[in-house]
Design a protein around this ligand. Structure first.
Ligand code: NDP
Length: 365
């Protein structure tokens, strides 16, 4: 299983072992894991209809006076995260390591001073080699990241080779050892998250609090039709990624692929092909129309796109990717656009995109 983790600025101190003993794991072994898994999922699925809300605390968004940054609860947990998170992205294959470090430091500083408290530290996003981390990652955290504790640890991608009970038990162990406070999933289906939740409830383990999912103008289905139900019923929120579709939603690919852009890099040939495809050209035409809405609101297209993600109440935080300080500063400016994302503007956007998924119930503002 791959894990990535996120830490908020107040989460850099290591709690003592056993601090989370309230959520202790004391589970018996299941005789037949496969059968038990499906039975529990079925049970929970049946009970969803009559689910009584367990969450009554105040989940209102708050705004920092100094920076204007907005904070939301991570799902329905008590962890308050900045609604814009992360700062680093793919910084170009030609840059040297020291140059990358310098940019990283600049980006971190700008973000932190702007009120960002959520940093997604999975090494794969910073151009590092994807490594399979097993769950005994304390050494990795301590040795490489200089952290003994992170607020949220993510199980990245579902692992079909490992029984769900084992995954949930492992994440519970990480939390009970004091290495993290919460756990989340990344790229899991709603069904898999539901299964994790039901296994946790059945065996007195700790359920996930959020899912990392791709969400932007051209990728809406999962976040808008499947995850809202999980948010309302079991409190699992969304930390969304790629709000600009890897840079497509910036307008910079309107007339081809600029030299230093992400799509110009070798590992991103798939992105270049996507942009140059017929669908890619259609997307550019829609973006041109959306630019008029951005102009009307006095913002840029990336800012409109990021604020649009945040109009969704189930989205706790949008993970930004920025290659340089200018981009980051522009993207952070999306905060000012959130109040302008009225229902009218959202439906203008829907009209242009023409891809609003059908929902049983509309959870949007
Ligand atoms: P985006 O979709 O926002 O793309 C970011 C890229 O777009 C930048 O690297 C830059 O590329 C370009 N860009 C950003 N802002 C601007 C701007 N204002 N003007 C022009 N170009 C701009 O996000 P990412 O795809 O990077 O994803 C964001 C984060 O989400 C990641 O850093 C990571 O933390 C997380 N993530 C999680 C995944 C998961 O599986 N859980 C998967 C992918 C991402 P350029 O080089 O062209 O300048």
């Amino acid at each position: 299983m791959q894990v990535s983790f996120a830490c908020t600025d107040h989460g850099l101190k290591a709690p003592r072992n056993g601090e989370h003993s309230k959520q202790n794991a004391t589970s018996p072994n299941s005789a037949s894991q496969a059968r038990a898994r499906f039975r529990t999922v079925a049970l929970i699925a049946r009970s969803l209809g009559s689910f009584t809300h367990r969450y009554h605390h105040n989940l209102k968004e708050s705004t920092a006076k100094l920076t204007g940054m907005k904070y939301r609860n991570l799902g329905k947990s008590g962890l308050r995260v900045s609604c814009l998170g992360n700062v680093w992205s793919h910084w170009g294959e030609k840059k040297t390591f020291s140059c990358l470090c310098q940019v990283a430091e600049q980006l971190m500083t700008i973000a932190y001073e702007s009120g960002v408290n959520l940093f997604d530290t999975a090494e794969v996003y910073s151009g590092g080699k994807r490594s399979s981390l097993v769950i005994t990652t304390k050494l990795y955290w301590g040795g490489k990241m200089q952290l003994e504790y992170v607020d949220v640890v993510f199980a990245n991608r579902p692992d079909s080779n490992t029984p769900m009970e084992e995954i949930v038990r492992a994440m519970t162990h990480v939390i009970n050892q004091g290495m993290a406070m919460y756990w989340g999933t990344s790229r899991w289906s709603a069904m898999e998250i539901m299964e994790a939740y039901s296994v946790a409830r059945q065996f007195n383990l700790i359920p996930p609090v959020c899912e990392q999912a791709e969400y932007h103008f051209f990728q809406r289905e999962k976040v808008e039709t499947q995850l809202p139900e999980l948010y309302h019923k079991i409190g699992v929120g969304v930390v969304s990624w790629s709000p600009l579709a890897c840079g497509i939603i910036t307008g910079k690919y309107e007339n081809g692929v600029p030299e230093s852009s992400r799509a110009s890099m070798k590992p991103y040939q798939w992105l270049r092909e996507k942009i140059m495809s017929e669908d890619g050209r259609k997307q550019q035409a829609k973006l041109k129309e959306l630019t008029h809405i951005a102009e009307k609101l006095g913002c840029t297209l990336p800012q409109l796109a990021i604020a649009w993600c945040l109009r969704n109440e189930g989205v706790s935080s949008v993970l930004l990717g920025s290659s340089n300080p200018t981009q980051l500063t522009e993207n952070l400016g999306a905060i000012q656009v959130i109040p302008k994302m009225t229902a009218g503007i959202a439906s203008e956007v829907d009209h242009i995109l023409g891809n609003r998924p059908h929902n049983k119930r509309d959870y949007h503002h």
